[in-house]
Each structure stands twice: as structure tokens, then as C-alpha cells.
Ligand binder design. Structure first.
Ligand code: LIP
Length: 276
């Protein structure tokens, strides 16, 4: 089997299981129950987050028992063997939207090998769209039985850019993020705060926004949506030549990425340590 066929098989498996988890979450949205909190009282975990991650983990283990797994709610399995596939899963990204009954939430599943994301899906049942990406083969929106190839924005002026971003849960982090976004706001077309990083990244890939930046993403927020954006022609990176990480994630067409990165560096948007 070629690498391309291997990655495509991983994407199709992720889509099948992601849709099962998406249906479980969508059908259970009216009965959602907050069961726990994490970094702050507003950083909630629901019984559906846990049920969906358990379903995804069980189904993947049933099909590919030797793979590794890291999920937002259940953590990582044992250490990864070189060349092994690791599944990176956010069972419900946009949990607060989900709890409030808003449609902007998604199941995010990515397959990574030796540090490279090979395949990713972002399944958004309440929006009626699924996004799928295979490394080197492009990314697509699947909607109503139709498959549309994604292409990021061709906007090349930051002053005319529609900018998506998000905010952490901790007060100290939010103070810093408010400082950065208030400095940017007069210099861009407008801000959109959609509430789910995976969908923000897919929005860049689909050209629904021009750029996205956020500090504090976890691997499960970033992995699948980042591949969707990059396979649609966007640059996905950090600041100062670093890769996207919890320190900072940018996703933008090349022309805008340079302008936005320069501005975020000037604003010291990644100031402070990752614990704050
Ligand atoms: C969310 C991210 C979003 C961020 C939110 C939250 P969660 O993930 O997807 O980009 O701005 O604060 O972290 O908590 O809904 O899985």
C-alpha cells in the first residue's frame, strides 16, 4: 500500500468514526450535563465529551489495536513506537457552544505518524458539514452529499482581513488576549470569535475568514483543522519561524501570514509563560 493510500484509509476511518461520535453528540445535545471543570469554572467537561471520546477510542482500538491515542478528556496511552500511528482527538471542540445549544462545535480526529499529521477530519453535524484532509491530497468540505475542494482566501491586505481568534479560560491569559485584540481591531476588517479552534482553522481553509490566530491551543484543537487549512493553501505556523503550538497558532494565506505575524510579534502576543 502506498503512503497516499495509507493516509486516505486513515482519513476515511476517521470520518466514519467521527460521524458516529458527531451523531451521538448531536442527538444528546438537549440532554447535555456539565460533569466537571478544568482550568477554570468556565472550562467545562460534559458527559457527552466523555461519551464521545470513549466511543472514538474504543472504535479506533477495535480497528487498529496497535495505534497510540491522545484525547482531550482521557489523556494519552503508553509511549509511541517509532512509525506508529497516533490518533489525536478532541471529542467536542467548542464545548461551551455545545452546552449553550449553539451550532459551532465539532468532533476533531487526526492521525499522526512520526510527528506528521497524515489525515484529519472535523465533523460539524449541527452545521451540516464535515471537513476532511489528507496530507498532499488537498482538503474538502462534505455537505449534502457534495464534495467541495477547499481554497484559502486570496486576501493580501491585513487592513481588509476578516480575522478569527479565540481566548483562553484563565483570567491572566484573557487580559493579555484582550490587549492584543483591542490593538488589532482598528487595523483589520473585523474580528470573528466562533468558539471552536478546529472550525476556525477549517474556516481559513474554506475562505470563510481570511486569517485565524490564537494562543493556547492544545494538540487536539490544532491537529485536524491545521491540516485542513494547510491542504487548502494556508500557512499554519507559530511566531518567529516556530511551528504552530500552544504558544501561538496562525493560519493564513502566505501574504497575510507575514503581515499578521509581524504585528503579533510587535504586540508581544505570546508574552508570558504557557502556565498563565
Ligand atoms: C475551545 C477552543 C477555542 C478556544 C476556547 C476553547 P474547547 O476548546 O477550540 O478555540 O478559544 O477557549 O479552548 O474547550 O471547547 O474544547
Amino acid at each position: 500500500m502506498s503512503d497516499s493510500e495509507f493516509s486516505t484509509d486513515l482519513a476515511n476511518l476517521a470520518l466514519e468514526i467521527g460521524r458516529e461520535a458527531g451523531a451521538l453528540a448531536h442527538n444528546g445535545q438537549d440532554q447535555v450535563r456539565v460533569e466537571d471543570t478544568k482550568s477554570s469554572p468556565s472550562d467545562v467537561v460534559t458527559q457527552m465529551d466523555r461519551a464521545c471520546e470513549s466511543h472514538i477510542r474504543t472504535r479506533l482500538a477495535g480497528v487498529r489495536p496497535d495505534d497510540d491515542f491522545i484525547g482531550e478528556e482521557s489523556g494519552a496511552s503508553e509511549s509511541l513506537q517509532s512509525g506508529a500511528v497516533r490518533w489525536i482527538v478532541d471529542p467536542i471542540d467548542g464545548t461551551v457552544n455545545y452546552v449553550y445549544g449553539l451550532p459551532n462545535w465539532a468532533v476533531s480526529i487526526a492521525a499522526e505518524r512520526d510527528g506528521e499529521v497524515l489525515a484529519g477530519v472535523v465533523v460539524a453535524p449541527a452545521l451540516g458539514v464535515d471537513y476532511i484532509a489528507v496530507r498532499g491530497q488537498g482538503s474538502y468540505a462534505l455537505r449534502g452529499g457534495q464534495k467541495h475542494r477547499l481554497q484559502c482566501s486570496r486576501q493580501d491586505e491585513l487592513s481588509m482581513a476578516l480575522v478569527a481568534t479565540g481566548f483562553g479560560y484563565r483570567r491572566a491569559r484573557r487580559v493579555e488576549q484582550a490587549r492584543v485584540v483591542s490593538a488589532l481591531l482598528p487595523e483589520i476588517r473585523d474580528i470573528r470569535r466562533l468558539g471552536a479552534a478546529a472550525l476556525d482553522l477549517c474556516a481559513v481553509g474554506a475562505g470563510l475568514v481570511d486569517v485565524y490566530y490564537e494562543r493556547g491551543l492544545n494538540p487536539w484543537d490544532l491537529a485536524a483543522g491545521g491540516l485542513v487549512a494547510s491542504e487548502a493553501g494556508a500557512v499554519v505556523s507559530g511566531l518567529r519561524g516556530k511551528p504552530a503550538s500552544d504558544a501561538m497558532t496562525l493560519a493564513a494565506p502566505a501574504a497575510l501570514c507575514e503581515q499578521l505575524e509581524r504585528r503579533l510579534v510587535e504586540l508581544e502576543a505570546d508574552r508570558g509563560d504557557s502556565a498563565d
